[in-house]
Design a protein around this ligand. Structure first.
Ligand code: M6R
Length: 365
């Protein structure tokens, strides 16, 4: 059942290229995004002045990536909310609000309740769900499925990745409808989207690098993830994955916030995972690496091939993934972070597929 692997989590990490292919390829035809399963009309899409993304945990992190990507593509404000906060916040939702709800299981109670609250206020709901026929899928105005297949490990990997690409596809679709994306960019993203499975496979051929790094770092008891923009969003997911299964305390910070408090925690030997995949801000990422190194940090950097050499000069260890369009870069960047969490947990002898105190689907408040 685990396909010869020790854990479902590892099997599911390896399944990502295929899961992405299944989620993306039926939705691209003749170089255009086609969302046959979407009922939302063009006129309705034009009406939205506000967009909310509501979710919990890793699905919420997908929302944060999408905020950056959608605001870039759609030039509309996107607000990302934790479902547990949204439902009690007297949210500003009306008939001109699009509410995207993201949930792998489709059964998360807070997410469900938040969606009901949004509907009650007249919002138009669109759910991104993996489990077909689940409660959230049944109640949403629109549902688009991620085709990740069953995910067994508590720590999500392939569901997260498919949610990311599906959100990118919807963002592109809406941007095209609203005329807010240049045709050249639209086509460039779609082309790279189709190349993603292959590039993911390429990242997955280097699992031993992460295994080796975990053998070097597994004794650390507190780890920081830093990055800007999409790299910050990625850091949130990397940090959650690590905490969830290895029980190592970790935190993700927007690099620009370091000087506002966090940098006082950096001392000799503190492990900092520095994310430098977002090309437009790579120089800033580099200077943050220099800064934490100067305070004694050990830096594990994740970047892209394009920046590998520059990063290697300063970081203690560097992992590089293939370059792609900036909008899609998190889809490749997350894989080393998943593998890092996995091997750290393995080194520490943790129960990887069923971490303590956690359930796959959170159906209580
Ligand atoms: O099924 P959902 O996507 O609604 O679940 C939301 C979270 O409970 C989930 O993403 C959780 O954070 C994962 N275990 C993280 O790996």
């Amino acid at each position: 059942e685990k396909g010869g692997h020790a854990h479902f989590m590892f099997k599911e990490i390896l399944e990502q290229p295929e899961a992405i292919r299944k989620t993306v390829s039926p939705r691209i035809r003749d170089g255009r995004v086609v969302l046959d399963d979407l009922c939302l009309t063009e006129a309705e899409a034009r009406r939205f002045s506000r967009i909310f993304v509501i979710a919990c945990g890793s699905s919420y992190h997908v929302g944060i990536v999408s905020k950056y990507n959608w605001e870039r593509l759609l030039r509309r404000p996107v607000e990302v909310c934790l479902a547990s906060e949204f439902r009690y916040s007297d949210p500003l939702v009306d008939e001109n609000t699009l509410v995207i709800v993201i949930s792998q299981s489709g059964e998360t109670l807070d997410t469900m309740a938040a969606m009901r609250e949004a509907k009650r206020r007249g919002g138009r709901t669109l759910a991104i769900v993996n489990v077909v026929g689940s409660s959230i899928a049944r109640e949403a105005d629109d549902v688009l499925y991620t085709w990740a297949g069953p995910e067994i490990a508590v720590a999500t990997t392939k569901a997260y990745s498919t949610q990311l690409v599906l959100m990118d596809l919807i963002g592109l679709y809406l941007a095209d409808l609203l005329g807010t994306v240049e045709p050249a960019e639209y086509h460039a993203i779609l082309e790279e989207m189709e190349a993603l499975p292959e590039k993911m496979t390429e990242v997955l051929t280097h699992v031993e690098d992460l295994q080796y790094l975990a053998s070097r770092y597994f004794n650390h008891n507190s780890i920081f993830f830093i990055g800007r923009n999409l790299d910050y969003a990625l850091g949130l997911e990397g940090s959650l994955k690590l905490k969830e299964i290895s029980y190592i305390h970790s935190e993700a910070y927007a690099s620009g916030e370091l000087k506002h408090g966090t940098i006082s925690l950096i001392e000799q030997g503190t492990l900092v995972v520095a994310l430098g995949l977002y090309g437009a801000l790579f120089d800033k990422a580099m200077s943050n690496v220099v800064e934490v190194k100067a305070r004694g940090a050990e830096v594990l950097a994740v970047t892209t091939e394009r920046f590998r050499e520059r990063m290697e000069k300063t970081a203690d260890s560097t992992v590089a993934v293939p370059d792609t369009h900036p909008v899609l870069q998190p889809s490749l960047g997350v894989i080393p972070l998943q593998l890092f969490a996995y091997y750290m947990a393995l080194q520490r002898g943790c129960d990887i597929d069923k971490p303590r105190n956690l359930a796959k689907s959170v159906t209580v408040e």
